[in-house]
Design a binder for this molecule. Structure first.
Ligand code: HEC
Length: 191
């Protein structure tokens, strides 16, 4: 069949139209490829294109992650229990007086803290027969004469800093709790 090329105008218009369709499909193809590559994880897939969030993952949230450090206290914060005692060494520690009195009212707290933190190695009666000690290293019997005459401040120091293979409880046991534990050791020594 003969084509109708009667006017150059019609020919040009038809060409323009064809080019437009071609360009439009090229744009569409590029857009599809971009989306596909981003979603499939090529490049930096943070679940977002521009302002559009196409995937939300439980991992992307402002809450704390495993082993993340706690937030630092707000600037100017003062500890309610006062500043931590500055004790330079074990000798200086022996001169520090125990500010927490041993009373029937706080005896339970002392016992609870001792049994939570010290029993695994030192045993319920501080004789060094804890369950862990059997597989680890037997600690000394803390009810002997030597430890009866050891000043409170020294025990406080050992809890805070650890000693040789005994771990430090600086982070997990607060200052007042350390003194409470010392008081429970005295109770055990009195038995
Ligand atoms: C993981 C086991 C373990 C735990 C838990 C533990 N200790 Fe010890 N502790 C030891 C060992 C082992 C020694 C002996 C260290 C050494 O070689 O001098 C020791 C020694 C001591 C001494 C004697 C230090 C000296 O100079 O003679 C004291 C006092 C003491 N521990 C108190 C405590 C108290 C109080 C707690 C609880 C807050 C505690 N320990 C928790 C293992 C432990």
């Amino acid at each position: 069949m003969m084509r109708d090329y009667c006017s150059f105008k019609a020919l040009a218009a038809r060409r323009r139209k064809r080019r437009k369709v071609l360009l439009r499909s090229l744009y569409l193809f590029a857009a599809i490829m971009y989306t596909a590559l981003t979603i499939s994880g090529c490049g930096n897939d943070n679940g977002q294109i521009g302002d559009f969030r196409y995937r939300s993952d439980m991992a992307d949230q402002p809450s704390f992650h495993k082993h993340e450090d706690p937030l630092p206290p707000v600037k100017g914060t003062v500890p309610v229990a006062g500043k931590e005692l500055a004790i330079s060494d074990s000798l200086a520690a022996t001169r520090v007086a125990n500010p927490v009195e041993r009373t029937p009212a706080n005896a339970d707290s002392s016992k609870f803290l001792y049994e939570t933190y010290c029993t695994p190695c030192h045993g319920l009666s501080a004789k060094g027969d804890g369950l862990v000690a059997a597989k680890f290293q037997r600690p000394p019997d803390l009810t002997t004469q030597k430890y009866r005459t050891t000043p409170d401040g020294y025990f406080y120091y050992v809890i805070r800093n650890g000693r040789l293979i005994m771990p430090s409880y600086y982070e997990s046991i607060k200052s007042r709790e350390r003194w409470l534990i010392v008081n429970h050791l005295r109770t055990l020594q009195d038995k």
